[in-house]
Design a protein around this ligand. Structure first.
Ligand code: GLA
Ligand code: ZN
Length: 614
């Protein structure tokens, strides 16, 4: 086995004489895995009931002849115009009631029976033909699931989803708090997806719809997965996730896949790109339970959907590719193999750019292919971490609902606050679900857990009681999964664990001063809390302003462990000092200590990767 290397291959955009050159150049570059057919529905089924597989037979034959494996995609992310034309109800409807038409991609309603039937039919036909093809290595189901729709089909299924969750209309009314603003429902037919309303929408209606959409898309995925599996259970199945994507609950989705994969497009103009790239890669590894994952897409150059599509400077694609391998990837694939001459992505980077193989980009691709081949022995190995950061889709969605106390409080930014100092210190982190197995970590960070379910709270409490160290950020333990606010003080069911009681949340427009003998004085921003220690030691306290003297950071012994509660967003240096202290206390060590800033160190298996981002 070797690390996978290649990219999305869209031969349907080219005449057959180009295919031969493609396969020759793939050989030159060391490509051993290509994703085929992601957007080939119209090419495979030009009209209902008529399949045209001949060209794909030829392409797969050519690839196989050259020893190149194939991740075969079900083409269901972009139905051909004939589907929308004949079945307009398969086209997604926005919250504004307006249908999104064909002419782009992703134009489907996940609940429309005609879409589901057509998607399953083309998947079955594809699998009937290719499930035992010798080039087939992997099934790639759909593409970047995330399409939402608010139509009548969706409304009907949403009602079924709600009935299963809440039992009956009384249960729904109670959960949604419809006593507020006279929203009581007397008939299921009255219950709607969030659509255009006069003022702010019911928060649980919004949140439940987000949950429902993720589940509805997952049903589409699962139907296609089952169809390909039924024809050959030996071929693993994936679908490609995006960087930090709120729409699909990564934990639930990853559990349905054989291997997880990531499309990642850090911005070459972003000074934090290496950090954000590392974080995305650690998330996807964690979603897959720590097993090797696949870097399914990255751009070898520019991403044309950016307002300013700056290419990757020389060496950058290599650096970010090796970051993926270091952080657990068993394949490095790109979007796409050959640059499109036409269509919306004609300005997107590619392994073979418009300039052709005689180009800087293609030379770098060939070098990368050689280098990855020499890394053999890495594949299959894992990355060990002593620290976990809790990542929770419900907390994420709920904290970003309308009319929260600070609209600038963004969940992924909060995770980044805590991930960044550890990344800079070369301390490897996993991500973990709040109710997941935490016992093997020396340290668990919970930058935010606005919404917390009782079982998750009990899990975190047991982790600390069992000797773990837990650090939790502000605006946590505020609401239950039905978006009902916990009363009596926060962090709700975790008050005892942290030995603190928060009475008021105090978002601010101007910085807060914090005094701390242990950490040094610092400023904090955006958020404060009116808290009272109830057993915890006060490590830092607000100075001046309305919160003067109130605790800002608290530490509490609970059972055999230690729980820290941070009521604010400390400036980055101060948070780094706090986490350095916490890591030292918990016995967490960097992969390599004392490296210059900008040098990333990751251990995978028995190798240490040193990545110089300077
Ligand atoms: C996504 C898609 C690809 C392509 C790239 C462009 O990741 O999956 O088909 O559109 O974006 O960046
Ligand atoms: Zn719909």
């Amino acid at each position: 086995m070797a690390l996978g290397f290649g990219g999305d291959y869209n031969p349907e955009q080219w005449e057959p004489d180009v295919w031969a050159e493609d396969v020759r150049l793939m050989g030159e570059a060391g490509v051993n895995l290509v994703t085929v057919g992601v957007f080939a529905w119209a090419a495979l089924q030009p009209e209902p009931g008529r399949y045209t597989f001949g060209w794909l037979d030829d392409v797969l034959g050519l690839l196989h002849g050259a020893g190149i494996g194939v991740a075969l995609a079900t083409p269901t992310a972009s139905p051909p115009p004939w589907l929308g034309h004949r079945h307009p109800d398969t086209l997604p409807q926005g919250p504004d009631g307006v249908r999104r038409l064909y002419g782009s991609r992703n134009q489907y309603c996940p609940c429309a029976p005609a879409y589901r039937r057509a998607a399953l039919a083309v998947t079955e036909a594809l699998a009937d033909r290719y499930a035992h093809h010798p080039a087939l290595r992997l099934w790639h189901i759909g593409n970047e699931y995330g399409t939402a729709c608010h139509c009548e089909h969706c409304a009907r299924r949403f009602r079924g989803w709600l009935a299963r969750r809440y039992g009956d209309l009384d249960g729904l009314n109670a959960a949604w708090g419809t006593a507020v603003w006279s929203q009581r429902y007397g008939d299921w037919a009255e219950v709607l997806p969030p659509r255009r309303v006069q003022y702010v929408i019911n928060p649980l209606q919004d949140l439940d719809y987000q949950r429902f959409v993720s589940d509805a898309l997952l049903e589409c995925f699962a139907a296609e997965r089952d169809a390909v599996r039924a024809r050959n259970p030996a071929v693993p199945v994936t679908t490609n996730f995006m960087d930090f994507y709120r729409h699909t609950d990564g934990w639930r989705w990853a559990a349905e896949e054989d291997v997880v994969s990531l499309d990642t497009y850090p911005d070459p103009n972003d000074p934090g790109a290496a950090l954000r790239g590392a974080m995305s890669k650690d998330v996807v590894r964690s979603l897959g339970g720590g097993r090797p994952w696949l870097l399914m897409e990255q751009s070898p150059g520019a991403a044309s959907w950016r307002p300013v599509a700056t290419p990757k400077r020389p060496g950058l694609n290599r650096l970010w590719s090796l970051q993926a391998v270091a952080r657990g990837a068993d394949a490095v694939l790109h979007f796409q193999w050959r640059a499109s001459r036409q269509g919306a992505e004609r300005a997107h980077g590619a392994m073979v750019p418009h300039a052709g193989p005689g180009s800087r980009v293609f030379r770098e691709i060939c070098e990368l292919g050689r280098e990855l081949a020499e890394l053999s022995g890495v594949e299959g190995t894992t990355v060990a971490a002593d620290v976990a950061i809790v990542l929770d889709w419900d907390a994420w969605r709920a904290v970003e609902l309308d009319h929260q106390p600070h609209e600038g409080f963004r969940y992924v930014d909060r995770l980044t606050d805590y991930y960044a100092p550890l990344w800079r210190a070369n301390i490897t982190c996993d991500f973990a679900p709040a109710a997941g197995a935490l016992g093997r970590y020396r340290l668990v960070l919970v930058p935010n857990l606005y919404q917390v379910a009782p079982d998750a709270a009990a899990n975190l409490a047991a982790y600390v009681a069992g000797g773990g160290t837990l650090v939790m950020g502000p605006f946590s333990g505020v609401a239950d999964p039905a978006e009902r606010i916990y009363t009596g003080g926060w962090p709700g069911p975790l008050r005892e664990v942290f030995g603190v009681r928060v009475e008021e949340h105090w978002p601010v427009l101007t910085p807060l001063d914090v005094a701390s003998a242990a950490l040094g004085d610092f400023t904090a921003s955006m958020w404060g809390e009116w808290a009272e220690a109830s057993g915890a030691d006060v490590v830092a306290a607000y100075r001046g302003g309305p919160l003067d003297g109130r605790p800002a950071i608290l530490r509490h012994r609970y059972g055999g462990g230690t729980a820290w509660y941070v009521t604010t967003l400390p400036e980055p240096d101060a948070l780094a000092r706090l986490l350095a202290r916490v890591c030292a206390d918990a016995g967490v060590e960097p992969v390599v200590a004392g490296l210059p800033p900008g040098v990333e160190a990751v251990r995978r298996g028995d190798r240490v990767f040193l990545l110089d981002h300077r």
